[in-house]
Write a protein that binds this ligand. Structure first.
Ligand code: PLP
Length: 444
């Protein structure tokens, strides 16, 4: 084994898949075996594995200007162009963009910018952030504290107490319902819980609530009808900002430009990464509205400098990758394609797996989906220790499709946005063989 500390890995795991190259939606291992990348790498390679236009845009930029920082008085064309392009796309009022390198650092940047802003307007007490159970927002100190998955918190002394994070219910009806509660009753109950929490904490101490429009890495959760309408009304009533983490949902994944569009959310702040550059070069963005930016400008005049930035903020090659990716999304109508093939994926997944004995729920929207694997289809009882998810991932890999088990037993799909209907058929054929094999293995 190489001396690599692998991220999010059981260090004693002995089996490792070494991927050597890719083409379209396929990747190949070092024995030459082909796999469908059913999770687009880590929810990110939207244009697949062989987009030469993006590679050329990066290469050209690297030849012209491989690096230029954007600290104090320096800039370059790609970063300015990218901000203008994104400004025309995002549903944030008069948007301004802080660029970073990952979804985690984008969320940390937002965390700090919120503090900076509320200090600037003389409300330093407005500092708490609400997050949801089963939310995933990354692993840096603030983002890792906003994340709710046990493995990301345990043994890291997270959440860091000084960050003042409040946790509220996950909007997952299938696993969160009580008794015979209907979806509408479930929504009413969890929103009432949230309002009780807000009042108990004092709304004037709460800055924002972070949400993934559709929760990705902790289970692919599509909130029920009425949830976001009620949530937004509640947050507006108590003057709490809505911070949409679009790191997975952004740029076509849910069948529209942003997850917020699909789910009817009007965000104040947004974060994105991953599909912003189809993952060909690391880049993230923290998006704030103009009114927040203006208050920060005033504060900066007082302290001399906005003391937050990364060496690679707005890296020219990353901006070139993002600009070319956005151009291709627009030119090739990739979001429309994702909407059409996404509808097909959702239909075919339900047709193939709704009656499967190992599957309790089939869920998703657009080109993101999950199968909840259960030990008892009638009661929805879970499979201890995430063994269902692990068995299915392994069996699917043998069949030639790479998927990921999230939140234990949710088998997640998030293929490149360029996937075609025949490729969806092939992915589901391989997955069905894998899930059947996992079902047999779990029985014995
Ligand atoms: N936010 C969401 C919704 C994510 O899914 C992820 C990663 O999967 C992150 C933030 C963190 O992004 P990164 O891994 O690039 O730091």
């Amino acid at each position: 084994m190489a001396s690599v500390i692998y991220p999010t890995t059981n260090f004693t795991a002995t089996e490792q898949l070494c991927i050597t190259h890719g083409e379209g939606i396929y990747v190949y291992d070092d024995t030459g075996k082909q796999y469908i990348e059913g999770l687009a790498g880590l929810w990110c390679t939207s244009l697949g594995y062989s987009n030469t236009e993006v590679v050329e845009a990066i290469t050209e930029q690297l030849k012209r200007l491989p690096f230029q920082h954007t600290f104090g008085g320096k800039t370059h064309a790609p970063v300015m162009e990218l901000a203008e392009k994104l400004k025309a796309m995002v549903p944030v009022e008069d948007a301004y963009f802080f660029f970073g390198n990952s979804g985690s650092d984008a969320n940390d940047s937002h965390y700090k910018m919120l503090r900076y802003y509320f200090n600037a307007i003389g409300k330093p007490h407005k500092r708490k952030i609400i997050t949801r159970e089963r939310g995933y927002h990354g692993v840096t100190v603030a983002a890792g504290s906003l994340t709710s998955l046990p493995a990301n918190l345990a043994h890291f002394d997270a959440p860091l107490e000084a960050l003042s994070i409040l946790r509220t219910d996950a909007p997952h009806y299938y696993t969160g319902r009580q008794g015979n509660e209907t979806e509408a009753q479930f929504v009413e109950r969890i929103l009432q819980n949230l309002e009780d929490q807000i009042l108990a904490e004092d709304p004037d101490t709460i800055a924002a609530m972070i949400i993934e429009p559709i929760t990705g890495a902790s289970g692919v959760i599509v909130p029920p009808e009425g949830y976001y309408e009620g949530l937004q009304a509640l947050l507006r009533k108590h003057d709490i900002l809505i911070w949409a983490d679009e790191v997975i949902c952004g740029f076509g994944r849910t069948g529209a430009d942003f997850g917020c569009t699909t789910m009817g959310i009007k965000p104040d702040l947004m974060t994105f990464a991953k599909q912003l550059s189809s993952a060909y070069f690391p880049i993230s963005a923290s998006v704030i509205p103009g009114w927040m930016y203006k208050a920060m400008v005033d504060q900066t005049n007082e302290v001399g400098v906005f003391g937050h930035g990364y060496t690679y903020s707005g890296h020219p090659a990353a901006c070139a990758a993002a600009l070319k990716t956005l151009e291709i999304y627009e030119r090739d109508k990739i979001f429309d394609h994702a909407a059409e093939v996404g509808t097909y994926l959702q239909e075919q997944l339900r047709a193939t797996f709704t009656d499967h004995p190992l599957v309790g729920e089939v869920r998703g929207k657009g080109l993101i989906a999950a199968l909840e694997l259960v030990s008892n289809k009638t009661t929805g009882a879970t499979i201890a220790g995430g063994k269902g998810g692990a068995a299915a991932v392994k069996a699917c890999q043998t069949e030639g499709v790479i998927l990921r088990a999230v939140a234990g037993n949710a088998l997640a799909f998030c293929p490149p946005l360029i996937i075609t209907k025949p490729e969806v058929d092939e992915m589901l054929k391989r997955t069905k063989a894998g899930v059947d094999a996992a079902y047999e293995a779990l029985k014995s």
